[in-house]
Design a protein around this ligand. Structure first.
Ligand code: ZN
Length: 231
């Protein structure tokens, strides 16, 4: 399906439920439409508190009817001959597995946990001006863990260099801890676009009980090698 819509719409997120209506992950719009077109999933649409299930063709017909009453929080994409609303929630028809109960450690997740606030000077920055800092530098055996990684502005990161905070005479705004809830999901839920997710996402579902994997050991699509800037 050719899509040429607003880039906003294409960068939207879609919550994916398993066959038993348990939230398992979040995918991009292209992947979501791939599931729908492949008849692997159906749309779960929030209609004023009631949820309706639609296959792709029905969703397309409903989109055609709704075109005249688009709401600002909705996203739409244009195909060659029609326009279709981006669903917020999909249910996989043949998938039974349950979600992973670990919170993925990633650059974005650390930024979200720290609310894009440099943990040394305490100021907030756009993500382009932030870096990840290993509190105890890796050269001193510091691990890539929730407890040893913080959000730092570029200036503070350079100032700290390959030193510990004590050596650099810098103090942390807050001691970093493993978050109880997935900080990226918490961020999404604040967005009115994704209000329908609240029905399906018990934010505690990502609570991590036991695992203590480090970033390096973990397979994470959100973590891009080479984008980590560390002291
Ligand atoms: Zn700073």
């Amino acid at each position: 399906m050719a899509t040429a819509g607003k880039s906003d719409a294409l960068s939207a997120s879609v919550l994916v439920l398993n066959r038993h209506y348990v939230a398992i992950h979040v995918v991009g719009v292209r992947r979501a439409f791939g599931f729908l077109l492949g008849e692997l999933a159906e749309v779960i649409h929030d209609e004023e508190g009631a949820f309706a299930n639609y296959d792709f063709e029905t969703w397309r017909e409903i989109s055609a009817l709704r075109r005249t009453e688009k709401r600002p929080e909705d996203d739409w994409i244009k195909a060659v001959h029609f326009e279709i609303q981006v669903p917020r929630v999909l249910r996989l028809l043949f998938y039974d597995r349950m979600p992973r109960h670990t919170i993925r450690l990633s650059r974005q997740a650390v930024f979200a946990r720290d609310a894009s606030r440099c943990q040394y000077c305490g100021r907030q920055f756009p993500t382009s001006q932030l870096s990840l800092d290993h509190v105890t530098p890796r050269s001193r055996g510091g691990m890539s863990t929730w407890e040893n990684m913080v959000c730092a502005c570029l200036k503070c990161n350079i100032r700290k260099g390959g030193r510990t905070p004590r050596e650099a005479h810098m103090t942390l705004v807050r001691q970093p801890v493993r978050p109880r809830y997935n900080p990226l999901m918490a961020l999404k839920l604040q967005n009115p676009k994704y209000s329908s997710w609240r029905t399906w996402v018990n934010i505690g579902m990502h609570e991590d009980a036991s695992h203590d994997q480090t970033l390096a050991q973990r397979e994470s699509p959100q973590y891009e090698e080479g984008t980590l800037k560390t002291a």
